[in-house]
Design a protein around this ligand. Sequence first.
Ligand code: BDR
Ligand code: CA
Length: 310
Amino acid sequence: MKQTDTVTPIIIDTDPGIDDAVAIAIALYDPTLDVKLISTVAGNVGLDATTLNAEKLMTYFDKNVPIARGAAEPLIRQFEDASDIHGKTGMEGFDFPEPRKDLLLKENSVDAMRHVLMSSDKPITLVTIGPLTNVALLLKTYPEVKSHISEIVMMGGSVTRGNKGVMAEFNIYVDPEAAKIVLKSGIHVTMATLDAGMGTAIPPEETARMDDMGKVGHMAHDLFQRYRKRSFGTGLKMYDPCAIACILQPDLFTMQDAFVDVETAGELTAGCTVIDLKGYLHKEPNATVTTGVDSQRFCEWFMKAIERCD
Ligand code: BDR
Ligand code: CA
């Protein structure tokens, strides 16, 4: 049990996913974070696979964090996955042991998140590293949870360009209506954007070193051989670990408060985050947005974080 006065309690909503797997590991092994619940969502691959992957990770890490199954589809849109990036199972490349089945709750993720939030004696940080479907459903179904959430730290959105189409970042693209609900909820959001993530490429010589860094390093090393195959030589971008770094080491990033909304109607731009850095819209900021990252220091932080996972 971690010391409660010095730790930040978090819930991770996720679609594992290779970079999710690494982000979850860093959070689980960090002594200043207490992961209360893993909530799964359809994203990188379908919900059955992301939930199974969460079970595989907890089993391999030998951690007892409960897992709750969330939404299998976006609120309105047709589901599109990212199996081209993460492989058919979402975590191709590593031979995980047979997963335990006892960590999967009977409650769905919306009820499980409500339960954890309402029974916590201090507010909880909600970390989202997948599409925002579960969180939107939670906030609409049980608005009373809002005062129990200290903030939402999301990997999602982009200041400049997209990675799923021209303008949209994947996690927002999959369920833009959900992202809009979350950004309009009144809860402060810290956004680890695609722009920051693009500066977090871990070069192949560092990836090679991970193989000898204990079981998490070994897992990451093997998964990375299959992740974003085309960019292995130039460095693998650690998008989801950025969300964890925003909590543990925020000074790695340049950040700015801004009003953020999501384009849901655009013929060419649906899923694009509109980030008003210049104040054109005269709206109060609802988010703190990462606009860049110190790439060298991020890489050092990341490698140390992986090394400490044991
Ligand atoms: C996001 O999309 C997913 O493929 C990654 O896991 C990350 O959450 C990056 O756009
Ligand atoms: Ca993810």
